[in-house]
Design a protein around this ligand. Structure first.
Ligand code: CIZ
Length: 327
């Protein structure tokens, strides 16, 4: 799109926002042009919490499907729009609810006493089968709340689960899923980049495999990355192993530093193709037509309870292990 066309679409979006009473939430992995016009940007934890404070009748969620679904579950009375309904997630796809249910059943038959801790990158149906939902921002805190007598079944991200198991010293049964973006960073290229910039600090998302994390100075989710780089007062070089659009967010929050994306094995950019489905035109169109909308599904009732106690600290009735844990 030419600059003039972009300006027109942006103007249309701003008008429509007022006309329909919408608040735009955008994830840090969205293109910068979308993040720039969002009312709120954040990681999935911040966006889920901020969504509960929105006063307008419509939430337009620029992110992927599970994030918009989460916003709907926490705000049943609001209309939640997602510019492209096909914006999915490889992690979510790796853990179908029926497969998880069968696996949980098999563990129970074998006498295993466990709680299911589910990464937010999952469907509502999977959340409904879980005791807890975690994000990269609250996972350690939640895992420490799982009573010691329970094993932890962590789904769907094996890399995040392995990392959390290490930092919390909790044994975990890990699901075999992984994020298509974080899995393809090239160790070879990272090491080469480190040789080229020997004073650079490497920051990586815990969804990255162990071979990348072993070469990393700081491991954390996107909010933690922002906090970390802001502590460096002098201009510093950072090698960043997460979705490439995060660099724009880091540059806008902490412009004094230089950020270098860690290349992937197959491409240099590491952009999430699902996030990229949301475009300025689709953002405009969803506000024009009121579609695609996230509509209430039967599994949302149970998933909502799990989300509320995990992300909003709403006291729980009970979890599958039979233990109340509304502390
Ligand atoms: O939790 C999120 O929003 C994701 C997917 C990554 C991160 O660490 O922010």
């Amino acid at each position: 799109m030419s600059t003039a066309v972009v300006d027109d679409v942006v103007a249309e979006i701003k008008n429509l926002k007022k006309k329909i009473g919408a608040t735009i939430l955008a994830h840090y992995y969205q293109e910068s042009e979308i993040q720039e016009l969002a009312d709120i940007t954040g990681d999935s934890l911040k966006l889920a919490r901020e969504a509960t404070k929105v006063l307008s009748p419509v939430i337009v969620f620029c992110g992927v499907h599970f994030m918009a679904e989460t916003a709907k579950m926490l705000n049943p009375q609001k209309k939640v729009l997602l510019p492209d309904l096909e914006a999915g997630c490889s992690l979510s796809d790796s853990c179908p609810a029926d497969k998880l249910e069968r696996y949980q059943e098999m563990l129970r038959i074998n006498g295993r006493k466990f709680q299911t801790v589910t990464y937010i990158n999952s469907s509502a149906a999977v959340k409904a089968l879980s005791d807890w939902v975690v994000t990269s921002g609250n996972a350690e805190e939640i895992i420490r709340r799982v009573p010691e007598e329970y094993e932890i079944l962590f789904v769907p991200d094996q890399h995040l689960g392995r990392y959390l198991s290490e930092v919390t010293a909790r044994q975990m049964i890990l699901w075999n899923g992984s994020c298509m973006v974080h899995e393809i960073f090239s160790v070879h290229d990272l090491v080469r980049l480190k040789q080229k910039l020997p004073n650079a600090i490497t920051i990586a998302h815990p969804e990255c495999p162990k071979n990348i994390l072993e070469h990393t100075d700081f491991i954390g989710g996107t909010e933690a990355m922002i906090k970390h780089v802001s502590q460096f007062k002098e201009p510093t070089d950072f090698l960043v192993a997460t979705e490439a659009n995060m660099l724009w967010q880091l540059e806008s929050k902490c412009a004094r530093h230089r950020y270098h994306p860690v290349p992937g094995i197959t491409c240099a950019c590491n952009k999430c193709p699902h996030m990229a489905r949301n475009t300025l035109e689709k953002l405009r169109d969803c506000m024009l037509t009121g579609k695609p909308e996230i509509t209430w599904q039967p599994e949302f009732d149970k998933a909502r309870e799990v989300l509320e106690r995990s992300l909003l600290n709403v006291p729980a009735k009970a979890v599958s292990g039979g233990h109340p844990h509304g502390d």
